[in-house]
Design a protein around this ligand. Structure first.
Ligand SMILES: NC(=O)C1=CN([C@@H]2O[C@H](COP(=O)(O)OP(=O)(O)OC[C@H]3O[C@@H](n4cnc5c(N)ncnc54)[C@H](OP(=O)(O)O)[C@@H]3O)[C@@H](O)[C@H]2O)C=CC1
Ligand SMILES: CC(=O)N[C@@H](CCC(=O)OP(=O)(O)O)C(=O)O
Length: 311
């Protein structure tokens, strides 16, 4: 029997992309609310109770409200918002890090933030392996396509082609810091420097490592080997070969939807410094692709079904 799925927030940026990935798949029966009903509490309550799995693509407060509306049902959740990412009783939907079985059996899954997806993919396995310290104050420099800010930021960038670059998060305390710290197992929250470029989608997350100052004995090659071993066998995460290092990393203004995640390790010749860099689609592995990956696992289906993995 098909799994009944309700996307709450289906008219938003993340919701539309999840719908695109599920449309036409016979394993799922989508519960869809019309424009006149999609914000009605009663209609949402009915849909939430009727679903086997509800995927929340809503602002944080509306996501918390949806969980409350579903009270009394057995509905399982995937929440794309920030509301439950470090909350008790929720499984962090990063199967490569928390284990596929943990996601498959979870009742409530929080979908990782887009920037944390890049940061954690790079740093968490290396801290776990004892190759990088847990108590170092890491820095994270990142750029995102404007779809990362949902409908409001898309409208702003599309309405003002004069914006060439936008640095933000200047008050520090970005909403992604708690999950970065928790799932990398760090003592300190990183210093996070996010920015937006005039491209619809795409993301680069760069973690500079002053290895000598950190008193890290591992070389860039050893960090690379550890990441390669950690993701060996993954169809979604790939670690770029050291033998074929690119001289630059580009994002394109007309990139197609993509659900992969590419990791790079660059090391200085004298071993004193390295940069760990992740490239992804903020709407792919950074949001909708990750939600579909978790949904597949929760429904006992092949992990990558419906994903766009051709770069
Ligand atoms: N965009 C991205 O790259 C990523 C987004 N996310 C997260 O996913 C969630 C959705 O983000 P995104 O899709 O970008 O945002 P959008 O603003 O594009 O979409 C949000 C949708 O939720 C709808 N909505 C708002 N309040 C309610 C409500 N009370 N009941 C029902 N529907 C409601 C909005 O309606 P209306 O259309 O009328 O405004 C809109 O369609 C957010 O929590 C975001 O942080 C996570 C990772 C990456
Ligand atoms: C460019 C932009 O504004 N990006 C958003 C993050 C993306 C997003 O929507 O946040 P989640 O991944 O936590 O849900 C921001 O910095 O708030």
């Amino acid at each position: 029997m098909a799994h009944r799925v309700f996307i709450d927030g289906a008219a938003g940026t993340t919701g539309i992309e999840i719908h695109d990935r599920l449309a036409g798949r016979s394993e799922f029966e989508l519960i869809v609310l019309g424009d006149d009903e999609r914000k009605s509490e009663a209609a949402r309550r009915d849909a939430l109770h009727a679903a086997d799995v509800a995927i929340l693509c809503l602002p944080d407060d509306a996501a918390r409200e949806a969980v409350a509306l579903a009270e009394g049902s057995d509905t399982r959740f995937i929440d794309a918002s920030t509301a439950h990412r470090v909350a008790e009783g929720w499984t962090y939907g990063f199967p490569e890090l928390v284990g596929r079985d943990a996601v498959a059996s979870a009742h409530r899954v929080s979908n990782p933030g887009c920037y944390p997806t890049g940061f954690l993919a790079l740093v968490a396995p290396l801290v776990r392996a004892g190759l990088l310290p847990a108590d170092w104050p890491y820095t994270v420099n990142a750029v995102s396509g404007f779809s990362g800010g949902g409908k409001a930021l898309i409208e702003r960038f599309e309405g003002d082609p004069s914006i060439g670059f936008r640095a933000y998060g200047l008050g520090l305390g970005h909403k992604h810091l708690p999950e970065m710290r928790k799932y990398a197992g760090l003592t300190h929250e990183p210093v996070f420097s996010p920015s937006v470029i005039p491209a619809m989608r795409g993301m680069v997350v760069d973690v500079p490592l002053p290895l000598a100052a950190m008193k890290v004995s591992a070389t860039g090659g050893e960090l690379h080997a550890a990441l390669s071993a950690f993701y060996s066998g993954s169809e979604i995460v790939s670690v770029h070969s050291l033998a074929d290092q690119p001289g630059e990393l580009l994002l394109s203004t007309d990139a197609a939807a993509w659900d992969g995640l590419e990791l790079f390790v660059f090391g200085a010749a004298d071993g004193a410094q390295a940069r760990l860099i992740a490239r992804l689609d903020n709407l792919g592995k950074g949001a909708s692709g990750a939600a579909v990956q978790s949904l597949n696992l929760m429904c006992g289906l092949p992990e990558t079904a419906g994903l766009n993995l051709t770069a």
